[in-house]
Design a binder for this molecule. Structure first.
Ligand code: NAD
Length: 393
């Protein structure tokens, strides 16, 4: 718990270690493995990535690592192809020593692929959230899993606050009305409220959840609540005036707004399902920027359609890219609003990309030089889970 909480109060996103250009120092002597293969699964950035070099997490800009790795004699394979046995991901994973993936376009490292990955020593998540790796299987094979903790937590917390506001204030239908050329204030005002005076609760009060609470404080909500098996330090809870609720059904039944900010693991897959949604306050709003699979796809769509919840907003999907006919793209509440879905991008703002590219390089550098990793970046180490955030073990 100590290392989860360490990044809580001071913004890890602004950590000098993450931003210090000295950590980018070139001319590393390679001491661990000569001529290793580094495989990166990143998303295709297209024209945008050619025009905007700060889109670092793309196959075009390659996290800025190519020259640095190749100078040291390593092979750097970058691909967006990640599905099926003929994909570059599945072909190269067989002899790659390092795998880098982003949660935005995750290369799903399943149990079977891990068995085939003969040389794999370390998986690096360029971002936060390592559920795309079968963590137990990685542990079984002695593969370490690290992420750039804190790199995009402010980016996501800002998106959460925006999403809460756009649902509560019924923003999307109001904007769509303007684009259509219409003007009927009552049509949108009938479902618009103030955030002031509402009860907002976060499932998970780690780096992101806590930053959401900090940012909500000036809105004068009726109450801020959290549900997390890791309690906040007393001082931290006091600072944001948050109350812990230990029973999940109790928790959701008290909230006007529920925001999901915990990792996806065995204990959170499908956590927000049809049964739990019955315990929500009728007409509550739900925001999920954590992982799509934490919320049951069909149960959420049905709850929105029936009006049991008034809105659902987020950027994460159970499969990414989301299929064209995914119900979350078009689901609506009975008044035709309540959908704030966007592609997975809250944690990949240009500011965030700069931070997770530097952080990825820093993890690689430690690996190459056989130096200890920053403890807060280690999800699964050689001996076990080094984080307390991926379930109670
Ligand atoms: P964190 O490790 O700092 O905090 C996670 C918190 O969730 C911990 O306090 C943990 O105890 C709690 N938790 C775990 N299981 C729980 C459960 N069953 N019920 C309640 N609480 C539980 O992580 P973080 O930096 O705050 O990130 C949280 C998650 O957000 C990441 O794992 C990732 O999935 C997601 N994320 C999304 C984006 C995006 O772009 N949308 C970006 C970054 C992170």
């Amino acid at each position: 718990q100590a290392h989860i909480r360490r990044g809580l109060l001071s913004s890890a996103a602004k950590s000098p270690r993450l931003l210090n250009p000295a950590r980018l120092a070139p001319s590393l002597s390679h001491q661990s493995t000569a001529g290793m293969k580094v495989l990166a699964v990143l998303y295709a950035g297209g024209e945008a990535a050619k025009q905007e070099p700060r889109l670092l997490g793309t196959i075009e800009n390659q996290l800025g690592l190519r020259e640095w790795l190749e100078k040291q004699g390593h092979e750097y394979v970058v691909t967006e192809e990640k599905e099926g046995p003929d994909s570059a991901f599945q072909k190269h994973i067989v002899d790659a020593e390092v795998l880098i993936t982003t949660p935005f376009h995750p290369g799903y490292l399943t149990h079977d692929l891990i068995q085939k990955a003969k040389n794999l020593k370390i998986c690096i998540t360029a971002g936060v959230g390592s559920d795309h790796v079968d963590l137990n299987a990685a542990l079984g094979k002695g593969i370490e899993v690290l992420e750039v903790s804190g790199s995009n937590v402010v980016s996501v917390a800002e998106h959460v606050v925006m999403s809460i506001l756009l649902l509560v204030r019924n923003f999307v239908p109001a904007h769509e009305m303007i684009e259509r050329g219409d003007w009927q204030v009552s049509e949108v005002a009938r479902a618009a409220y103030d955030l002031e005076g509402k009860v907002v609760g976060t499932i998970g009060a780690g780096r992101i959840g806590y930053r959401v609470l900090q940012r909500l404080l000036p809105f004068d909500c009726k109450e801020l609540l959290y549900y997390d098996y890791n309690p906040l330090p007393e001082e931290a809870a006091k600072a944001v005036k948050v109350r812990r609720v230990e029973d999940l059904k109790e928790f959701v039944s008290q909230c006007d707004v529920v925001t999901v900010n915990c990792p996806l693991h065995e204990g959170t897959r499908g956590l927000v399902n049809a049964e739990l949604l019955k315990h929500f306050k009728k007409g509550a709003w739900l925001v999920n920027t954590a992982r799509g699979a934490i919320c049951d796809k069909d149960a959420v769509a049905a709850a929105l359609k029936s009006g049991q919840i008034s809105g659902y907003s987020g950027d994460v999907w159970n499969v990414q890219p989301a299929p064209k006919d995914h119900p979350w793209r078009t689901m609506k509440n009975p008044l035709g609003g309540g959908n704030g879905m966007v592609p997975h991008y809250s944690g990949t703002t240009l500011d965030a990309q700069a931070r997770y590219a530097v952080g990825t390089k820093s993890i690689l550098e430690n690996y190459l030089l056989n130096k200890p990793q920053e403890p807060h970046n280690v999800i699964v180490g050689k001996k076990g889970y080094e984080t307390k955030a991926y379930g109670q073990r």
